[in-house]
Design a protein around this ligand. Structure first.
Ligand code: ADP
Ligand code: MG
Length: 679
């Protein structure tokens, strides 16, 4: 007999060759097979009448065979099967190529369902290569909502569908949800849901199946997250005591902290004094001043003799943070180190990588900044007390899971991507959130304009004037997704054009992903020092780059970028009290009407833009699975209501019984899958 754990090799209809194909799809057991859900359904539920078929349509007909024959053509040696079929409205010829076994399939007077494309041959309509099913069988491949699966080479829809159908009907799936939840949520039972999701009776059934399975996914995630939260609270964290010098440190800054910054700082510092590891997201729009908040908490840890690490998604950002923190901690006598795949420095001096590794390991370096190079396993800290992750949405799940090994360190993640609170709870579990609501005082609105080709010269004139007044400008080159090489080429061409023809009198630099890290750093340093007045760049400067003196952001091919990206680019200017400008160029003569560009012109707030983005994309993937790193197959996270309800059930269950021992099936499911990713 079969059960869900039966390996697929042992299934009827699956030989060794086919088992290998199924494994390519991640299907190893019968359970995997039954939970291999279709990507969509082909609606073949309605029949057409032969007399009313139209050229080009894909039609579904219920017919009686009149006659059939199979023969080989002389010229191209093709095997052709023909069947003349009829319904009450007329007759039509069906044709198949190179399927000689069909000779034995069709017999006069038998009834079949055919589904295929209507084509014309010699001025007459015919059905070419239709799929067929005898009317006497239950319909699996035709005359219903037919499931369409993700395939692999040498496996057809029909084969996979037949295997799944066979076992769906044979093997019941045990119900693991507590009856109370099933009832109050009015959910379909597990077996019915899985069956109906593959082979729905109609759209309503498909819908209920989807609802049930989406609930499963979210509910299980919530349970894992909450159970993890409970167990983490039993972990010992590193307590970081207050330091009376902190107020003085804040006083010594060249600016006054905003109210939000002060509040966030207080919240984070309070976390650090609890005996278990904190996990907080610091959310704030581009330019709201997240870095200094994190830096002050790193300073506090260092005063207590503890190490902290700041993780950045790009080298450009890592070296910028390094330069800033070096300056910020200049008079504190703290060792500050940077480690990326290309550089290692200690207190501003280039040193060998082993030297930096040693300083990290023996605890001498208190502040360590780096890219994912910091994630390598050979890097050991002595007393790592805080991990700060900048632009956390740019890190993959894989990289985030670095933070897993029972680290007692507090976690502080930073992002400009607004995530609703409920959703954050689902995705990251026990996440606390601090929000920087306002920008630092004195910031003016960035004037954003869509500029037509005719006005290009005027825009250049404007840039020249800004530079004359001492300011600087960015020029972003269009995104070329298919090829880094082409992108570099176009950026280089743009750079040459500007340097030779447009601004021969100005100092211009070029930045792109193919430069060596040292070269990138040199270019950025020169721009920072105003030795370069214009920086031509690809999207590598998208996040984090902070050059307060830059006031013009000019974006070429702006229609190619996403709204969040455009907002990030724009956020590179407007970082001082100088008035700043963002010019959007486009190859599209209709750019004025582009909803994304219009939204950018009309909104300056990242949270509002995120909502616009959602509206424009019609509930797309803004908060979707890609960003979350969760592999939801059915659920969409935009259903916040469902997220919230399932969280309540999960919380109640965990409160009642943390071990889940009273729900063994449920426990089994929760134990099997990985724990929360961001740990
Ligand atoms: P983001 O939140 O986008 O990471 P940054 O931390 O890079 O923003 O800060 C943007 C700029 O604002 C930096 O140059 C920083 O020094 C400056 N800044 C931060 N806080 C304040 C403040 N309270 N007043 C004035 N300028 C500030
Ligand atoms: Mg930043």
């Amino acid at each position: 007999m079969f059960d869900l754990s039966t390996p697929i090799e042992q299934l009827y209809l699956v030989g060794p060759a086919r088992a290998k194909l199924l494994k390519n799809l991640g299907i190893h057991t019968l359970e995997d097979l039954l939970f291999y859900f279709p990507r969509g359904h082909h609606d073949l539920s309605k029949f057409s009448r032969i007399g009313e078929l139209k050229l080009g349509e894909t039609a579904n007909v219920k017919v009686k065979i009149l006659e059939s024959k199979t023969f080989r053509t002389k010229v191209r040696r093709l095997t052709i099967t023909q069947a003349l079929v009829e319904d009450e409205s007329g007759s039509i010829l069906c044709v198949w190529f190179n399927q000689p076994y069909l000779a034995k399939v069709f017999h006069p007077r038998e009834e079949f369902i055919f589904s295929g494309k209507v084509v014309a041959s010699k001025n007459k309509l015919q059905l070419q290569n239709p799929i067929y099913e005898p009317v006497r069988d239950e319909q699996v491949h035709t005359s219903r909502l037919v499931p369409l699966y993700g395939l692999t080479a040498n496996l057809t829809q029909k084969q996979l569908r037949s295997i799944i159908k066979l076992y769906l009907d044979k093997v019941p799936i045990p119900e693991y949800l507590p009856a109370l939840i099933l009832k109050s949520e009015n959910l379909l039972g597990e077996t019915a849901a899985v069956r109906q999701f593959h082979f729905p009776a109609d759209y309503a059934a498909l819908n209920s199946a989807q609802t049930r399975l989406a609930f499963d996914e979210i509910f299980q995630t919530q349970l894992r997250v909450l159970r993890y939260k409970k167990s983490r609270e039993q972990n010992r964290g590193i307590v970081i005591p207050l330091d009376p010098g902190l107020d003085q440190k804040i006083e010594s800054l060249p600016f006054k902290l905003t109210l939000s910054q002060k509040e966030a700082l207080a919240e984070i510092i309070e976390d650090y004094q609890r005996p278990y590891p904190a996990n907080r997201l610091l959310e704030g729009d581009v330019g709201s001043g997240k870095t200094i908040v994190a830096a002050l908490t790193m300073w506090l840890a260092a005063q207590n003799g503890l190490q902290t690490a700041l993780l950045c998604p790009t080298e450009v950002l890592a070296s910028q943070h390094y330069a800033n923190l070096l300056k910020l901690f200049l008079n504190d006598g703290l060792d500050v180190a940077i480690l990326t795949s290309s550089q290692a420095k200690l207190n501003g001096n280039p040193v060998s990588r082993p030297t930096v590794l040693a300083a990290i390991q023996n605890g001498k370096s208190k502040i360590v900044i780096g890219t994912h190079a910091l994630l390598e396993p050979q890097i050991r800290f002595k007393t790592l007390s805080v991990i700060v992750i900048d632009e956390q949405h740019r890190f993959g799940v894989q990289q985030r899971s670095w933070l897993k090994h029972d680290s007692p360190a507090h976690l502080l993640t930073m992002s400009a991507t607004p995530i609703p609170r409920t959703l954050a709870l689902t995705l990251y579990g026990d996440l606390d959130i601090s929000i920087l609501k306002e920008l630092p005082a004195g910031r003016q609105k960035i004037l954003t304009k869509i500029v037509s080709e005719q006005n290009r010269a005027k825009a250049y004139e404007f840039i020249a004037k800004q530079i004359e007044a001492g300011r600087q400008a960015f020029v972003i080159c269009p995104l070329i997704e298919e090829s880094d090489k082409l992108e570099v080429k176009s950026a280089t061409a743009e750079y040459k054009k500007l340097a030779a023809d447009v601004f021969p009198q100005l100092r211009i630099g070029l930045l792109h992903g193919k430069l060596k890290p040292v070269e990138k750093e040199q270019v950025m340093q020169k721009f920072k020092d105003n030795e370069l007045q214009i920086l031509v760049s690809t999207s590598v400067i998208e996040v984090g780059v902070d050059i307060a003196n830059a006031t013009v952001m000019m974006i070429e091919g702006s229609e190619r970028f996403g709204l969040a990206q455009l907002h990030q680019f724009r956020g590179r200017v407007g970082r001082s009290d100088h008035k700043s400008y963002c010019f959007l160029f486009s190859n599209d003569p209709e750019a004025e009407k582009n909803p994304r560009l219009k939204a950018l012109v009309e909104n300056s707030n990242g949270f509002e833009l995120a909502e616009k983005d959602l509206a424009i994309r019609g509930g797309g993937d803004l908060y979707g699975t890609q960003q979350s790193g969760y592999d939801f197959k059915i659920a969409t996270l935009s259903n916040l209501d469902l997220v919230q309800r399932s969280r309540r059930y999960a919380q109640a269950l965990i409160n009642e019984d943390l071990t889940l021992n009273s729900h063994p099936l449920l426990k089994q499911k929760i134990d099997r899958a990985p724990a929360v990713h961001l740990e």
